[in-house]
Design a protein around this ligand. Structure first.
Ligand code: GLA
Length: 601
């Protein structure tokens, strides 16, 4: 249900429609703004934010999610001080660095107690989120499209709609805020047919081979993977043009038949014969200087007149404000998907924007390019979903640089980070799960020493951490020991047992290793309280310590729960207020999953 408030500025001839949407099953309010030029003059929009809330304030904190490539969405909590505190992106994507989210909370707010006001932007481009404490101890929080580099020309009769901001209030700490976001996104945002389904357990060849693969290598991986219960092979970057490193051929989406003789139809058929479905990687929004596409249409790359555009990862960004570019990009992706039974697409975007100019838009409209680009991306993904409704789409951007609710509307899962190290992932996934349901978080088990940080963690721990996400593998299975392959079989079975609970349940944060520097713990409880799954990771072993007692959350206090592994039965109250005693573990990076079921005598 949406309340619309119409405001008019008769001098300018401007109508402003403020929209507040509420949902019967949620405490969130979704706010957006539309401007209509009802006058006779052209209006130039230089700043149009989507939500602003003012309140009285005493002491409290600001919570944001920030980071970098391979270190996305770490939680950052700091005292709210006098003046303006800003998080933003002007990179053309929501970004690795800041996330389009902020929360302000009263002093002493924790997981279960305290008041929280949060905003999250349903948008995938430049944004600002700001908290300002004034001279009179009032607080203003606001969110919207970043005004930097933005100017929209609104001709008489035209309208402009600013993207939605999800506003959430919680009087029971961050935990309740998290539940509100998770439920809202599951019930009202993600619309993929995969939302409530187990995702196929995939194996992606990126960390296994990088660009050095051919049909034979992929089939070796698929054959071994199939034997262990893995259900899909995803062919990552390097299958098109003559691309043998991360330079070149983007835009020429034709299979490299030297690597893959017989092309995709042959490869996919062979993979299917091994019992696996097939997925493929694209980076459709980009063009390489050495591509046929760029030679034919140099003006399709974003650029400033008379200047050579800057390369990043040896590529340029396509100007998606041009309809013919959107058509070209769509047709080149769709043609590949039509050529073979492809079940999954990883849609990547690997550079931030510079040289933000369009040869198409005309001088007056250059300030529209950033936003028109995002609209172009949305149109592409809309078309893809329409033509291929059964396709499982996973968005990605250099890891997690465009992990936002805007992209989540088009794809039920998003690759969380290129950092697949189990310990690094604890903080990344904690920050991501603050807002996003676990079923949306792309997570894989990868090889050790980890390719990003060089850390060696047990195979079991890597599995437990990846299971707090979509779950899959990203390693050369043909090089694993028989013992590790057996562990894969065990993890596949665990995934099938727990995926529905992890995907649909309520998520509780029990302990954060970022805070205590020793261990991490989270829990998922079924909506009907019939079962719960606790994951505990001992990051660093401690000398001479007592066994740890973990207080669970979200159970029925009067009910009895049985721990699957030991058969022991406890009341919900005892588990929540007394705690569950964990067996001591030897060594760093150890983990444990504990499954509890409602017990009836
Ligand atoms: C990005 C992605 C990776 C991989 C590479 C391929 O970095 O995040 O997972 O697909 O691109 O070039």
């Amino acid at each position: 249900m949406t309340l619309e408030l119409e405001c008019r500025d008769f001098l300018l001839g401007l109508k402003v429609i403020l929209r507040y949407s509420v949902f019967a099953d949620s405490e969130a309010i979704v706010r957006s703004v539309e401007l209509v030029n009802e006058g006779k003059e052209v209006l130039y929009l230089e700043r149009i934010l989507s939500a602003c809330v003012d309140m009285d304030w005493e002491n409290g904190d600001l919570l944001t999610l920030c980071g970098s490539w391979a270190r996305e969405r770490h939680m950052m909590r700091r005292p709210l001080a006098f003046g303006k505190q800003l998080v933003s992106s002007s990179r053309g994507e929501s970004g690795h660095q800041d996330h389009p989210f902020l929360a302000v909370m009263k002093q002493g707010t924790g997981q279960e107690q305290g008041e929280v006001w949060a905003m999250h932007f349903v948008y995938s481009g430049n944004f600002i989120a700001e908290a300002e404490v004034s001279q009179f101890d009032s607080l203003r929080i606001l969110m919207g499209i970043n005004p930097e580099g933005f100017e929209w020309v609104l001709n008489p009769g035209e309208s402009f709609t600013a993207p939605e901001v999800v506003c959430v209030y919680s009087d029971q700490g961050l935990g309740k805020m998290t539940h509100t976001f998770h439920d809202l996104y599951r019930n009202h945002l993600i619309r993929s047919p995969y939302l409530h389904k187990n995702r196929p357990i995939l194996i992606n060849n990126w960390e296994a081979t990088y660009f050095d693969f051919n049909t034979q290598k992929l089939l070796e991986i698929a054959r071994e993977a199939g034997k262990r219960g893995i259900e899909m092979l995803v062919m990552d970057d390097g299958w098109f043009g003559k691309r043998s490193m991360d330079e070149g051929y983007l835009g020429d989406w034709k299979v490299n038949e030297e690597k893959l003789p017989g092309g995709l139809p042959f490869l996919v058929e062979q993979v299917n014969k091994l019992g696996l479905s097939f997925g493929i990687w694209f980076e459709p929004e980009m063009v390489s200087p050495n591509s046929e596409l760029y030679r034919a249409h140099p003006d399709w790359a974003m650029q400033l007149p008379g200047r050579e555009p800057t390369q990043s990862r040896a590529q340029y960004v396509l100007d998606l404000s041009r309809p013919e570019v959107v058509d070209y990009v769509y047709e080149s992706v769709a043609a590949v998907l039509r050529s073979a039974p492809i079940s999954y697409v990883k849609w990547d975007m690997n550079r931030q924007m510079t040289d933000v100019g369009s040869g198409f838009l005309g001088r007056e409209h250059q300030g529209e390019l950033f936003h028109r680009y995002v609209l172009g991306v949305y149109e592409l993904q809309e078309r893809l979903n329409r033509e291929f409704p059964e396709l499982l789409l996973e968005n990605c951007a250099s890891g997690g640089a465009r992990f936002d609710p805007g992209m989540l509307y088009y794809s039920p899962q998003i690759w969380c980070s290129d950092d697949t190290d189990a310990v690094e992932r604890l903080s990344i996934q904690e920050g991501t799960a603050l807002l996003y349901p676990l079923g949306a978080i792309g997570a894989h088990v990868s090889d050790c020493p980890n390719h990003i940080v060089g850390r060696i963690t047990p195979f079991e721990t890597r599995g437990h951490v990846a299971m707090a996400g979509t779950f899959g593998y990203e390693l050369d299975i043909t090089k694993l020991t028989e013992g590790e392959k057996r562990q894969i079989e065990g993890q596949v079975a665990l995934y099938h047992q727990f995926a529905p609970l992890i995907r649909e349940g309520d998520y509780y944060r029990i302990a954060s290793w970022g805070e205590n520097h020793r261990y991490d713990c989270w829990q998922v409880v079924a909506k009907d309280k019939s079962e719960a799954l606790v994951t505990y990771v001992q990051v660093l072993a401690e000398p001479n310590c007592h066994s740890r007692r973990i207080c669970l959350k979200g159970l029925l206090p009067e009910a009895k729960y049985q721990v699957e592994e030991t058969g022991k039965v406890y009341t919900g109250a005892l588990l929540m207020y007394g705690g569950l005693l964990l067996p001591r573990m030897e060594g760093d990076f150890q983990s444990k999953m504990i499954h509890l079921m409602l017990f009836t005598e």
